[in-house]
Design a protein around this ligand. Structure first.
Ligand SMILES: [Zn+2]
Length: 240
């Protein structure tokens, strides 16, 4: 059984790295924003796709409308870590897992207790004044009316989230490459592996225990040593 091979990979390794996509968060009822659609209360927004709204250009030009979308579609304050988040935190605590690399911005890995979380796309929990760089938490953003402004200098606050058209942080990418290239077991879950940088990062893995957990097939299935076409929760439920 595939799941037995997975359990054997986990039990025999002390250098596991996990890479997670939107599917990790959807099991906490956080929708993949790429599928965010429907009626927007703000008529400006209905003309744009989520990708356009979550772009650097849109943020700079239509900051108020950006925040209208962002607050309702990107921030889920009541979301709780699920089985996958919790199992990964326990694997780290036991010394088996070295890093979680995530494309999600919700902070649920840290909420589950993970310490070494590499957030490729940043986090909704960090926000900075574009003028004086003062830090603000997510509640400050949620409590703001229209455009969140700095309490010190009235500068516009920007979420520490990588928007479309923005480049990924080099240090964050390098740290990811470093963990992946040294990993014994590399588990990729909840991503179709169709978007940068996930696809590129796979090539840095040099081991022979590449595990893909995804409900549907991915372009990299032929590179995997083990494919589990089930939900992440089902798989990680067998570990803890
Ligand atoms: Zn400021």
């Amino acid at each position: 059984m595939s799941i037995d091979i997975f359990k054997e990979f986990i039990s025999s390794s002390n250098n596991i790295v996990f890479f997670g996509g939107a599917g990790v968060s959807t099991e906490s009822n956080i929708p993949d924003f790429r599928s965010a659609n429907g009626l927007y209360s703000d008529s400006t927004l209905s003309k744009y796709s989520p990708e356009e709204i979550l772009s650097h250009t849109f943020f700079m030009k239509h900051t108020k409308e950006f925040y209208s979308f962002y607050k309702s579609k990107m921030i889920y304050s009541n979301a709780k870590p699920n089985k996958t988040h919790i199992a990964l935190a326990r694997l780290e605590e036991s010394g088996k897992l070295k890093a979680v690399i995530t494309q999600n911005v919700d902070g649920l890995h840290q909420a589950a207790g993970s310490k070494n979380v590499i957030e490729l796309h940043g986090s909704v929990n960090r926000n900075y004044c574009m003028n004086c760089h003062k830090y603000f938490n997510v509640n400050y953003i949620l409590d703001s009316f229209d455009i969140p402004k700095c309490s010190e200098c009235q500068g516009v606050i920007k979420p520490d989230v990588v928007l479309y058209e923005e480049v990924l942080d080099t240090e964050v990418l390098n740290a990811s490459v470093n963990y992946i290239s040294k990993a014994d077991v590399f588990i990729i879950g909840g991503t179709s592996l169709s978007v940068y940088p996930a696809a590129g990062l796979i090539s840095y893995y040099k081991g022979n225990k590449l595990v893909l957990i995804n409900k549907s097939s991915t372009p990299y299935d032929n590179k995997a040593n083990l494919i589990l076409n089930s939900s992440l929760g089902e798989v990680f439920n067998t570990i803890y």
